[in-house]
Every structure is written in C-alpha cells, then in structure tokens.
Design a protein around this ligand. Structure first.
Ligand SMILES: C[S@@+](CC[C@H](N)C(=O)[O-])C[C@H]1O[C@@H](n2cnc3c(N)ncnc32)[C@H](O)[C@@H]1O
Length: 482
C-alpha cells in the first residue's frame, strides 16, 4: 500500500502542475522532483515506470472509470470519500493496463472495492476500444522506447580543467570509451563519437551511465544535447564581450558561454556574464549548476523577468545575448507523454462525438498555445535587441513548430523598431555552415513572396535539428547581428 500512497502523492503533484499549465521537463524529472519534495521511500525508478504509463493512459482510464460508475460507489465517512480518486486510478491502471493485469497489493478494502467493479471496468474498456477503433489502447499512446534519446551527448567542461586544457579529461574518456566510431549512428555501449560540429562535444550510448562517473561528478563533463550546444558556439564570445543569457535555468547554455568566455578574459575579472531567470526555484538550480561547472563567481544571476530587469541603461556594455525562452518543448524526449496526454484527453472525451471536430478542437488548442508562446518569444528577443551595444543575439528553441521558430524570425524582421535598430539574420557561413538541416524556406516564402533569394538566404541562416533523426532533441537556432 505504501507504494500506491507514494505514487498517489506524485500523481497529485503532476496533476496540479498540469492544471497550472506548468508541466515542464520530462516525467522522469517531475517524479524525481516530487520524490525529493515529499521525501518518499519508494524506488523512484519503479514509481516513474508506473506513473509514466498511468499518465499516458489516464484520459482513457478516467473515461472507463466514469462510465463504469465506480466513482458513484465510493464509500463515504463523515461525508468524505473514503478512497482517493487518484489512488483508484492507479489501481485501475494496474488492473486493466499493466503487463500482469494485477493490483500489487495485499488484501485491503480498496483493492476489494476495485475488484468488485472489475467486470464493469473491463466492459467499458472493450467499448472504448471499439469506439476508438483499436485492438489495444497502446496503439493510441506513444511507446516509451520512442521517447528516449538515441545518443547521450556530453561536453568536456574546460572550466574544471587545469589551465583550461581539456586533454587530460579526453584521455580519461578514451579509457572509459576505448572504441571511437565515425558516426553517431554507430554508437554502441562502450564506444564514443567525437562530434564534427561542436568542439569538445562527444556522443556515447544512452545505456552508458555517465552520471556515475567521476568526471561527471567533478563537473569536468556535462551532459548536454549536441543541438543545445549550438547557441553558445554560434555566439562564440571573446575577450571583449559581455554576455547575457536571458532565460538561463537550468544553465547548460550559461556554463557553455562561460566555457567560451572565461579562458580568454581570465578569472580575476568582474562578472562578464549576466544570467536571468524568472522562476526563483529554477534560479536555485541554475546557481547549483554554475557552481558545479566551476564558474559560480563569474556569473551574476538576476532572478526575475528579463524584459523588466534588463533595462538598457544598466546593461549598456552587453555585446551578445543568448535567448532561449520557454517553448512548447515539442522537440524534447520524455515530453511526449506529457503532450500526448492532452491529446488523449480530448480523444477519450465521450462528449465529443464527431471525429473531425474532435481533431479540430485539439488542433485549435495547440494553435492557441503556440500563438501565445510565439508572442512571448517575440517580446523577449525584441527586448534583447533594444540593448544599445548588443551586436549578436542567438535565439533558440527546442520546438519543432514553425510558429515558434521561423515565424518569430519573420515577425521580428517585419517589426519597425527592429528594422530601425538595424538587426538582420546572420548568414549561413557564420552559423555552423556545415550543419546540413536549415530553416524552412516555405515559411519565409509565404511572407517575402517575390524574393526567392532573400527567402533562401534567411532559411539558410537558420538551423534546425529533427528529434531522433538528427541524433538528439528537436532544435531551432538563428543568429541576429548588426
Ligand atoms: C528553455 S528554458 C532555458 C534553458 C536554458 N537556456 C538551458 O540551456 O539550460 C527557459 C527558461 O526561461 C525562463 N523564463 C521564462 N520567461 C522568462 C523571462 N521573461 N525572463 C527570464 N527567464 C524567463 C523559464 O523559467 C525557464 O527556466
């Protein structure tokens, strides 16, 4: 029963975050976070496995449970329900969906209660499958194995190396991964791929547990998706630069910026990197990350809204910015279960009868959310552009949607102030020119209709990475300069 109690707490936490539309990060990190928050004793791996599956199937399970009338039957004590709906959901999940189709609990009243409704629950499951035209509900949810990265990308952190010399760490990595492969698709456990696009970045097999290695614990190696390393590499700040990371937590890009800047400016100078983070809780994570990476004293953290705090008068000397604002996260692994949950919620909803309308409602929801995100992303980049000495801004998202990517670039290019300030999209040769996948030219062509060359140039100035297919998360990056 302890396991179900712990799982109920975590699921309630996930539900609360979902209601506040604050579900960010993967289910794995949400489970870990709540295990720490509630000081739970159950094995986090076991909790994650059950909760991830339960969350994927939740909308279907709730429909089945509602139609079976199990909720109406819950006994009451002093007017209060004796069993929590969340715990019942977990039990029903194990009974109807889990491999063993068994509730893993001794003979307790709550288990007896669910088993009493078994026949009706199974009946409703069969009806729902018929309605949705599937043999098994698993046809409607993303499989877990579709949701993990094909490569674990790591970066050597020069800030934790003597004289910023990374060769010793590389020797250590060679010992751990003796077999060097030529392409990331050839990575096997024990092998390593030296990335051809970003210096000091390597790919290893996701099953090779780098987190238990000394190099990782010492902050000499940082886990960071290859595409997420693009922004700092494109910005490439040097000794005369002062840099802002506008949306910084958890700090992967901040520490990567520091890895570029500190070796050229030295450590005895005042902060040359300003990191902004709106969420106080996330700013604590940011602080921890930059300390582990060995650059805590060289980065000034500002907790609050970048567009309000970064007033041009106070940040006059800033020359470069990385702007990586909150986005839909549609390119990230482990988010699928969170996202697909919302789609499943609509599909399982019995009130919506007409499939076309059903699809349209889901689509409208997605479009609304994307439009809101895009207008926020536009504002953040535009604010970055207002800083008087800024010369280079890298904008990035881990979204695959054009609304948050090329279309934000277009809106910025059409903005009168942005034009007055003299910002343009940097050409391909300054933005990892050998990376083959570029922006979507058709997006630019819809607006700059008569100028094919311009559209081509703008699209080539952008970088895209597709999730999985390009070896990691889905990503977009573009560099503005003046
Ligand atoms: C995509 S994450 C950044 C990831 C980070 N760049 C990295 O690579 O580790 C976006 C972050 O921006 C923060 N954020 C959102 N709006 C903000 C704002 N107006 N000002 C500052 N930070 C903001 C969010 O809380 C979130 O932590």
């Amino acid at each position: 029963m302890n396991f179900y109690r712990d799982a109920s707490w975590v699921l309630e936490y996930v539900e609360q975050e979902d209601k506040k539309e604050r579900l960010s990060g993967s289910m794995q990190s949400l489970v870990l976070k709540s295990c720490q928050k509630f000081k739970l004793k159950s094995d986090p791996k076991h909790l994650y496995a059950v909760l991830d599956s339960c969350w994927r199937y939740k909308p279907y399970l709730e429909t089945i449970m509602r139609k079976s009338r199990i909720y109406d039957d819950i006994p009451k004590k002093k007017g209060k329900l004796l069993y929590s709906k969340v715990t019942l959901l977990l039990l029903c999940h194990d009974l109807l969906i889990s491999k063993q189709k068994r509730i893993q609990m001794g003979k307790l009243p709550i288990k007896e209660f669910v088993l009493k409704h078994r026949t009706r629950l199974n009946g409703e499951l069969v009806k729902l499958k018929l309605k949705l035209g599937v043999k098994d509900l698993c046809e409607l949810v993303d499989r877990e194995e579709d949701d993990v990265t094909p490569v674990r990308w790591i970066r050597i952190n020069p800030l934790r190396c003597n004289d910023y010399d990374t060769s010793n760490v590389l020797e250590e990595l060679k010992k751990k991964f003796p077999n060097r492969v030529e392409h990331w698709t050839e990575i096997q456990p024990g092998s390593i791929y030296y990335d051809e696009f970003i210096p000091n970045v390597f790919g290893v097999h996701p099953r090779d547990k780098i987190t238990s290695h000394e190099l990782y614990r010492q902050g000499k190696v940082i886990i960071q998706d290859r595409a997420s390393c693009f922004p700092a590499h494109i910005l490439n700040p040097g000794k005369d630069d002062v840099v802002i990371d506008a949306c910084a937590a958890p700090g992967n890009k901040t520490t990567h910026i520091a890895a570029h800047l500190l070796p050229s400016v030295g450590r005895d100078q005042s902060p040359r990197i300003y990191a902004f983070e709106k969420e106080p809780a996330r700013s604590k994570v940011l602080k921890k990350m930059i300390n582990v990476a060995g650059c805590g004293n060289f980065i000034e953290i500002n907790v609050g809204d970048f567009t309000k705090l970064a007033v041009p008068e106070k940040f006059q000397d800033v020359t470069g910015l990385v702007v990586d604002p909150s986005c839909s996260g549609s390119g990230i692994f482990g988010r699928k279960s969170v996202d697909s949950h919302n789609i499943a919620k609509k599909k399982a909803d019995e009130e919506v009868q007409v499939p076309d309308e059903e699809e349209k409602m889901v689509e409208d929801d997605v479009r609304n959310r994307l439009n809101k995100l895009a207008s926020f992303q536009f504002q953040v980049v535009k604010h970055a552009m207002s800083l008087p000495k800024a010369r280079k801004i890298v904008y990035s998202t881990c979204s695959v949607h054009a609304e948050e990517n090329e279309r934000v670039v277009i809106d910025l290019l059409l903005d009168k102030k942005v034009q007055q300030w003299g910002w343009r999209v940097a050409p391909k040769d300054k933005v990892i020119p050998t990376w083959p996948r570029r922006g979507i030219v058709e997006e630019f062509a819809q607006v700059f209709r008569d100028d094919d060359e311009k559209c081509q140039r703008l699209a080539e100035g952008c970088i895209r990475a597709l999730p999985r297919e390009d070896g990691g998360i889905g990503f977009f990056a573009v560099c503005f300069e003046r």
